[in-house]
Design a binder for this molecule. Structure first.
Ligand code: IPM
Ligand code: MG
Length: 355
């Protein structure tokens, strides 16, 4: 029986997770898969209950499961806590303890949402790119780190680190994914300034020799940020490190209209954690207006990458597309002439399409 660990998390996390689970339940009933779930509290909610954002039991459950679904973590309630117990540490802990080094963040435009983008139609229409972000290295995990006393004041330190094997394995993921797409990889670094990313460029170039059918280009991260706005359609696969990927994937998401639309997968082989790329959005939590689509599409990615079930993934994606086509929108993607619906109503509509 496929086992899924559920970490609904904080803020709008539980609201969007609930809709995603409804979708999976329906898929389960329809295709007789037999999913089993286990709840694994992570984030601020776990801190409140157990005094840690990643309780050992939750980690154990996540490791045992075939796949993990995570809603979102964090919120103002926990912002004053020490770094070591902030909700975000729960998420980062899961990523590193499970060695989920490959973060896949697709930014695909759903045609009916062209007008929800802040950019011009001709710039964003038909966008279909994917950011491959390395997820367990870089300044996120490099040592030394911390804030220390320094000359009467303080000094904050984080360290950008990448080793050859870490770069090699993420480069393989990017080239493999590019092979199934338009066969173009753009590797993003800051090799003109940072030695660590000079190594990145060197290793990616080396691995590329095994993928001569894929076209490789390199871009500095500042230029990449600019090019994403100027002409995003030039990109197919963007390969980059943890911190640049964090920033560029938020930027890429906005091209498609709303950060509330985009799913992600964090993988190590078939094992994966699936989460919407948006955060816990404390400002709208509990209001029933959050967009559950990113979570629902994350379940589609789970079907594709962990359970090798492309057809069911397409079924979910098509149901989402059909609901958007009919003009239903949550508040974040609403525009004049469409019908505004709540989180649950959006779930209902997608379920109806799936039936
Ligand atoms: C993301 C988020 C996380 C990150 C935070 C919540 C730690 O921004 O998944 O992109 O920085 O990786
Ligand atoms: Mg981010």
């Amino acid at each position: 029986m496929p086992l899924i660990a559920l970490c609904a998390g904080d803020g709008i996390g539980p609201e969007v997770a609930a809709q995603a689970v409804r979708v999976l339940d329906l898929i389960d009933a329809k295709h007789k898969i037999g999913f089993e779930y286990v709840e694994a509290p992570v984030g601020g909610c776990a801190y409140d209950l157990y005094g840690t954002p990643l309780p050992a039991e939750s980690l154990e459950k996540a490791k045992k499961a075939d796949a993990v679904f995570l809603g979102a973590v964090g919120g103002p309630k926990w912002e004053k806590l020490d770094y070591s117990v902030r909700p975000e540490r729960g998420l980062l802990g899961l990523r590193s303890e499970m060695d989920l080094y490959a973060n896949i963040r697709p930014a695909k435009m759903f045609a009916p949402l062209v007008d929800a983008s802040t950019l011009k139609r001709e710039v964003v229409e038909g966008i279909d790119l994917v950011v491959i972000r390395e997820l367990t290295g870089d300044v996120y995990f490099g040592k030394p780190r911390g804030v220390e006393k320094y000359e009467g004041g303080k000094r904050g330190v984080n360290t950008m680190v990448y080793t050859t094997p870490e770069i090699e394995r993420i480069a393989h993921v990017a080239f493999e994914i590019a092979r199934k797409r338009r066969k173009k990889v753009c590797s993003v670094d800051k090799a003109n300034v940072l030695e660590c990313t000079e190594l990145w460029r060197e290793v990616v170039t080396e691995i590329h020799k095994e993928y001569q059918d894929v076209e490789l280009s390199h871009m500095y991260v500042d230029n990449a940020a600019m090019q994403l706005i100027r002409n995003p359609k030039q990109f197919d696969v963007m390969l980059t490190g943890n911190i640049f990927g964090d920033i560029l994937s938020d930027e890429a998401s906005m091209l498609t209209g709303s950060i509330g639309m985009l799913p992600s997968a964090s993988l190590n082989g078939k094992k994966g954690m699936y989460e919407p790329i948006h955060g816990s959005a404390p400002d709208i939590a509990g209001k029933g207006i959050a967009n559950p689509i990113a979570s629902i599409l994350s379940m589609a990615m789970m079907m594709e990458y962990t359970f090798d079930n492309g057809p069911v993934a397409r079924e979910i994606e098509n149901a989402v597309a059909a609901v958007l086509e009919k003009g239903f929108r949550t508040a974040d993607i609403y525009s004049a002439g469409t019908s505004k619906v709540s989180t649950t109503e959006m779930g209902d509509l997608i379920l109806k399409e799936l039936k």
